[in-house]
Every structure is written in C-alpha cells, then in structure tokens.
Design a protein around this ligand. Sequence first.
Ligand SMILES: Cc1ncc(COP(=O)(O)O)c(C=O)c1O
Length: 500
Amino acid sequence: MSKRRNSIEIPSLKAIDRTADVGRQLAQALRSAISRAELRPGERLPSTRTLAASLKIARGTVVGVFDQLTAEGYLEARVGAGTSVASALVDATPPLPPAQAAPPGADAFDLPSPATRLISIARALTPHPPIPFAIAVPAAGIAPDDNWRRLGNRVRASKQAAPASYQNPMGLHELRVAIADHVRRARAVHCEPEQVIVTSGTQQGLYLAGRVLLSRDDPVWTEDPAYPGLTAVLDDLGAQTHRIPVDAQGMNVERGLELCPQARAAFVTPSHQYPVGMPLSMARRNALIAWADQNRAWIVEDDYDSELRYAGHPFPSMQGLRPSRVIYLGTFSKVLFPSLRLGYVIAPAALTEAFAGARAILDRHSPTAEQHVLAAYIREGYFEAHIRRIRGLYAERRAILLSSLEQSLPEGCRIQPSDQGMHILLWLPEGTDDVQLAAQALSAGLAVRAISPMYAARPARPGLMLGFGGFLPDRLQAAVGELVKLLNLQIFGGGGERRG
Ligand SMILES: Cc1ncc(COP(=O)(O)O)c(C=O)c1O
C-alpha cells in the first residue's frame, strides 16, 4: 500500500478560484489528473482535512468531492486506509501520447480517425473573407436587395413564417413550384415541382446524391481537377473515386470508359467545369449519357454557375437531354448570396422519396421563413430581374479584371479562356508553388484559391482562381497590382520580368 501524501502536486489545483464553485473545480482537477496519469491507480490521496488545509477551503467541500469521485469510480475509499485512486483504472488509463505526436487540433487524447479526417476537410473548406479575389461574394448592396428585405419583413410578420410542426423534407411547395418554373425556362430542365427537393445548397445536394446513389466502395467518376467539396463528400462516403482528366472539351469520357466503365455514377460540372471553366462539349455530353444508359449509371450535374454566361445564351442543362438518368443540382449561392443556404436537387421521380429520406435524417428541412421569402422573390419577378442586372455588372467587372491582368501579368502566366461564372483562372508557370502563393496573398489581403490541390494527377498544374463579382473596378485594379508584385516575387524572385 502506498504511503499517504500530505499534498497533491497538480498544477491546476494552484489555479483554483476561491470566489467560484470550488468543489466543481477540485473535482474537475482530480478527474483530469487521473486521466492524464498525474495521479496513478492505487495512489493514496491526502486526508480530507490535510487537503482542505493545503488548499485553504472547507473540509466539507473536499469530503463532498471525494464522495462524488468515488461514486464516479475515480477514487476508492477503504476503511482505515483513507482514499486512493481506484486500482480498477489501471487498465483503463491509456498512456499519454508524446506531445509532438498529437494530431493537429487534438487535446490530450487520440482523436477518432473520422475526426482527424474531418479536421482536414474543415481546413480545406475554410471560407475566405470578403476581400479581393474571394469567389462567392455577391456585389455589395445588390444581393440581398431592398425587394428581398421588404419581402422578408412581410413574410416574418405573417403566421406562415413559423408553422408549429415539422415540414415536408422536400421543401415548401410554393418554392418547389417557383424553382421548377425557373429551371424549365432558364435551364431547359424537364421537371415537375414534385421532383424538386429544396436543399441547404449544392454542397448538401452533393452529399444527398452520394447518400442516395452510392454504397461504400462503389466506383464513381469525378473530374480531375474537381471541386474539393465534392471529393471530400465522396471520400467521406467511402466511395471508390476514379478521377477522370479534363481536356479542352471537359471530362474525357473515353478515358473514364478505359479506367472504370462499371462506375455507378459520374459527378460533373458540364456548364462551367470547376475550376477550369470550359463547358462539356456536345459530343462528350452524348457519350456520357450513352454510358449512363448502357450501364444503368447516374449523372450528377452540378450546375453551380450556369446563369452567369457573358457571351450568348447559357448552355442548356444535361438534365434536359436525359431527365431519367440525370440528377440536377442548382444553388442560389452564386446569383443571390451564399449565406442564404438554399439550393435544390431535381431528381428523377423514382428517386425523389429517397432524397427526402436522406434529407430527413440529416436535418429534416430548410428554414420555412427563408423558403417563403425566396418563393415570393422568384414568383414576383425580382429574381429574373436580379439575374439580368448582375449579369451586366459582373460582365463589366470581369472585363476590367481581364484587361488589368493582361497589361501586367509576368511572363509565363496565362489566363484560361472562359465566358461564364464569378471567377477566372490564371495558370502559373510550371513549378510555381501556388499553395504558398495563395498563403502569401492572404497575408497581403488577397483571397485566391490554389488550383494544384484540386488535381489528383501529379504533377498538378499550378494556377489561381480569382473571383471578381463582389468588388468595385478600382478595388480590382489595385488588387491586380498587389497580386502581380507577389507573382513576380514568387516566379522570378523579385526580378520582375513583365510582358508587353
Ligand atoms: C462547383 C461547386 N459546387 C458546389 C458548390 C457549393 O455551393 P453551395 O453554396 O450551394 O453549397 C460550390 C461553391 O462554391 C461550387 O463552386
């Protein structure tokens, strides 16, 4: 039996705040000391009288804490032998990992492996602040606009905003009708309101589609490079992802057929390949549909940027070409604002209830009040007027960004041709560290996304995504000046070899 001690050397005990709940603090300090093996199984504690005197607290408080921890199994009291750390804890107390081996963000214990994986996802998907060239930032003062605010006040003042019961996981009927009307007209989508499932954005649409279509280890195609929010979803679901290279016509379907013809689904961005920007050619669209028909596979069409095309009319959706095989995903994040958290899935009729089930177990449904506001905004014609307005405004900002870049870009940098969306892609000379450049840019007040981490293939091509929608022309021009300085430093070590 170990000798009884006259005090306990636990650093946190010295920090006890005698003006707060001393008993709770003492109990917590003892629990942590036992978990961290600072107090070992079998070790005898000082008597309650001695400990109370050394901590300058009432003896009754210490007695209460010892009783509590004995009841919790941390301590054991033996007649005539005082109180010790429970010996049964001997097997349950794991050795502490060395401090340097702790995974990032871990406290004093090993994290479960899903937690470690999800920490990396949280870091990869951290949103940028609204500084140039952040991507999904709407033009200030344009969205939400006064009509949005007025409709919001009207909806919130009415009873419909706060129904007393859970609602349909597929979403508010009026909004589903408004979305079906909009996508039929604007995107040539073939659908009825019953096929529309309101989501909290395309990110959730991707997750729901993965849940509905794929079992663990099912093979699936995605583009290379691809949207990191998609690859994270597929990894999380345990799918066997085949990255299909993208060329000037978009996803190379022939390559997909060579790599894994039996894939269960293909996730694509046909209107505006993410992040490169080209549309999927008509020949490739037909090849993809033929593959899906033949293999009873599914196509998940992420149509994230499609309303914003600056030359001619937007490409019609793939869903319109084969409604029975395509799951169409749309979002209000780009054309309205991303914090709205509303988007939609349009699914073949046979799958809609499965989407409702997947949604119900996730979070049941989106907030009803916001759905009413959006339904009214679309129904009363403000949404289409808003799209026309931002298309003009963003075209102007985009042209200013392109011309500023063209005048000052260092040798070896190249702008990817594209006529759509809220960002442009700048290719950097081979060997440039775009990740380091993006980190330096953030410290200099610029939010650019590095392209190379979006590739599975190695060596990945370096580049930067530059968003322009949310920034006035003079701010964009000043930001280009800053970016070019950083590019010169990174590429030429400050030599400043400029084009033109
Ligand atoms: C290609 C792509 N898909 C999906 C999303 C997710 O959008 P949402 O805000 O609707 O979740 C984004 C957002 O940037 C995106 O770029």
